[in-house]
Design a protein. Structure first.
Length: 410
């Protein structure tokens, strides 16, 4: 008996009991669809975290002002500006692992254009800030060193701010007022989207740091060179932890901190934070896939159950086939093909249902899903493996029947 004949016989046997075959495949269909949909949800979450990492900038460390002690009272983080432009320059100059360090000051203000106004974030930055944060300018130009030295009144606007102030009109060359100070818009920032805290990074206006201190946000009375943060980009393929240690050691030395004193600054390795979120998303994906795989296991048990019933019902048929010359391997192959066919057909239907389910989740629940071809192949292969694994025992049982006893079976 050829393989093709075994396939035809198996297909004919499945067509005889269409309803039972369909119900048997239901477990496989649900299992494959669940695996694809759940893995798609998890992959979508991972992609979202990857986008957040990219939007913040790769290999990024942020230095913020830390807690200070005054008259025995420990003040909160950021209560006093303890880092300066000189600290930023020293980091860029003395830490070999650092590619660029960019100081910045930050505040909020009402911005006016014509008869429109919008409250947004104002950031005073240096030219190095755009490299540190990997934030390109799509139209116009960026801030250059001459702007910082001359405290020029020029501004770059984010996408959200531009939409609310200018609508569909061209922002370049327009005059806006920030705290009644006129600024000329010279550039449009590329879209960044939300950060990991849900804040819109595009709702921002950037001006030279010197202009921000002198004319908009003001400077610290204690230290006019103080800044709110320093964005540090570490060179590619360098150890972020080592760079962080070197930066901490340099700042402690510059701030004359004793070994028993706490840091008066705060280092944040944003890539580490987001990579931790990515690892959590991966764990969640595996967990969802494992839960969904239980449906496949249940479907496989259903296949084995139905195949055992089928062997019992067709005992006389098996005895007759053996009596006319069928070998045990032919019987084994026939029943094994029936089990695998049920799994494969169920797998194909499950793939279609899983893809539809992923799209439905994206549409109705507004969750991002990302179905990778690998997850489809794995789910389909797992379905085929379920058919072989759970179909082998009934097929083996059928092939080991005694022909004489099988012919006598009622």
């Amino acid at each position: 008996m050829s393989l093709w004949q075994s396939v035809r016989i198996a297909a004919r046997a499945l067509r005889v009991n269409k309803l039972r075959s369909a119900l048997t495949m239901l477990g496989i269909i649900i299992g494959v669809a669940a695996v694809i949909a759940m893995v798609g949800v998890g992959a979508g979450a991972q992609a979202r975290v990857a986008e957040q990492i990219q939007s913040l900038g790769s290999n990024l460390i942020i230095v913020l002002s830390g807690s200070v002690t005054s008259s025995g009272i420990r003040l909160g983080t950021g209560s006093q500006l303890t880092i300066s432009e000189e600290d930023s320059a020293a980091i860029a100059r003395e830490v070999p692992l650092v590619q660029v360090a960019a100081p910045a000051v930050r505040g909020t203000a009402q911005v006016v254009y014509g008869n429109l106004n919008w409250a947004t974030v104002i950031q005073g930055v240096t030219p190095d800030y755009f490299e540190a944060r990997e934030w390109p300018v799509t139209d116009g130009r960026a801030i250059n060193p001459e702007d910082v030295e001359g405290a020029t009144k020029i501004a770059l606007v984010g996408q959200t701010t531009a939409l609310n102030l200018f609508g569909e009109s061209e922002p370049l060359g327009q005059i806006i007022r920030i705290k009644k100070v006129p600024f000329t818009v010279v550039g449009m920032l590329a879209r960044k989207g939300q950060n990991s805290w849900g804040q819109d990074q595009d709702d921002v206006i950037m001006i030279p740091i010197s202009t921000a201190k002198k004319k908009v946000l003001g400077a610290s009375q204690a230290n006019p060179r103080a800044v709110g943060s320093i964005s540090i980009k570490v060179r590619a393929d360098e150890d972020m932890a080592e760079a962080e240690n070197q930066i901490r050691a340099l700042l402690r030395q510059r701030h004359r901190l004793q070994p028993f004193q706490d840091d008066d600054f705060w280092l944040r390795n944003l890539s580490e934070v987001l990579q931790t979120q990515e690892e959590s998303s991966k764990v969640m994906t595996y967990l969802l896939a494992a839960i969904a795989s239980v449906s496949l296991l249940v479907g496989g048990i259903g296949i084995m159950n139905i195949m055992l019933v089928s062997v019992t019902e067709r005992t006389r048929e098996i005895g007759l086939r053996m009596a006319v010359g069928a070998r045990r391997r032919h019987i084994l192959l026939q029943f094994l093909i029936e089990a695998v066919t049920l799994s494969l057909i169920g797998g194909i239907i499950g793939i279609a249902l899983g893809l539809s389910g992923s799209r439905a989740i994206s549409y109705f629940a507004e969750w991002r899903t990302l179905v990778a071809p690998e997850s489809i192949v794995i789910a389909f292969g797992f379905a085929a493996g379920i058919g072989i694994f759970f179909g082998f025992y009934p097929a083996r049982k059928a092939s080991r029947l005694d022909p004489i006893e099988a012919l006598r079976y009622e």
